[in-house]
Write a protein that binds this ligand. Sequence first.
Ligand code: HAM
Length: 414
Amino acid sequence: MDRLPGFRDFYPEPLPHPDAWSADARQYIFSRWRDVARRYGFREYDGPPLEPLELFTAKSGDEIVAQLYNFVDKGDRAVALRPEMTPTLARMVAAHERAYKKPIKWFAIPQLFRYERQQKGRLREHFQFNADILGESDPAADAELIALLIDTLRAFGLTAEDFVVRLSSRNAWQEFFSARCRDHTRAYEFFQVVDKLERVPPAESERRLTALGFSLDEVNRFITSAQPTAELQAILDNLAVRGLCEFVQVDYHVVRGLAYYTGPVFEAFDRRGEFRAIAGGGRYDNLVKLISGGKVDLPALGFGMGDVVLLELLKARNLLPVPGPGVDVFVLIEDEALRLPSLQLVQTLRTAGFAVDFPLTPAKSDKQFKRAQELRAPWTARLESPTHVRLRNLVNRREMTVPVGEAVAHLRAP
Ligand code: HAM
């Protein structure tokens, strides 16, 4: 039976097929995400993958609602698999807002589900690094978050030649819209057209804009002539002091497809323009209030970075590390009379923190040794007697026989 289209199986290395998804690569990405978030003082949170449907309807915008995996559960509740993390975060923070000092800096690595048309960089399930700051309205928070985004990508070895953060302003777009169109209910529709300008044929964008009372020409003129707003300038200055300005550029093509953004918005792209957005985010100062039914009012901002495009980019730039060996030590049991003390040795080494494997059932010695090589174990250990063990370093070929009690010290020696 095949897996569903747009969903992935993650295999351990070595991969059965070059196109298979690697569980090791996924783990590598997650650990870098966690590491940089920690360096920036963010704490990890998580929420349920299944949420009430209404958490997403009316809050995220039509585009994401059309992509929902939703159904009625056995208790007659309308539910949906989470397509994004931000509404869950807003709900969680609103519920216990008083328990946390501001600003709140939280991150999560949820698996998200969107019934999208499958294409390069877009699947029906992905993991997304989310980092958000709540309770701070100063642009210093926007700069901090963008710095985190930049440093996250740099942690994978990507440089200013590989990616750029395109910075824009939903405020500026809102003003542009309001100055020309009185029907405020259509602002989101307008942002959706701008969001897709670079992906949709110009004639199609022109048609949609005309229906809203705009011309493609005036929209394009706004994009090319727009100057940074005071807010954006404050963010740029802040990033410049950190030595990060080469990673950012003001670009009004960005407006973001989700409905709830209110202020500065941004997206990270590869410089060569080969891939879809690596990450996207911005300010959403009204969402917590909306989700808490007016009970809690907190300014907020954040971004999401998917694992799919990031992995494609790292592969293309040859930046994925070769996965490490499966084990540190393979214990050979060539003499079955020594199986029980060998098991004790396995246990001692594991307790000392080594990753250890051994033949579960009797096997020929060459087969055992082959297995150790397949696992790329740097060491083998074989009991010569209940009291002495032969250690062999498969990397530098060094061998020695030592008392069992000294094995750990020898394996630890540099
Ligand atoms: P988003 O732009 O919808 O934002 O998604 C953020 C990133 O997730 C994208 O740039 C992309 O890398 C990845 N992504 C999105 N959809 C897919 C897909 N179908 N397949 C693979 N990767 C995908 C949000 O979700 C916001 N909630 C982010 C945010 C957090 N804003 C504030 N805080």
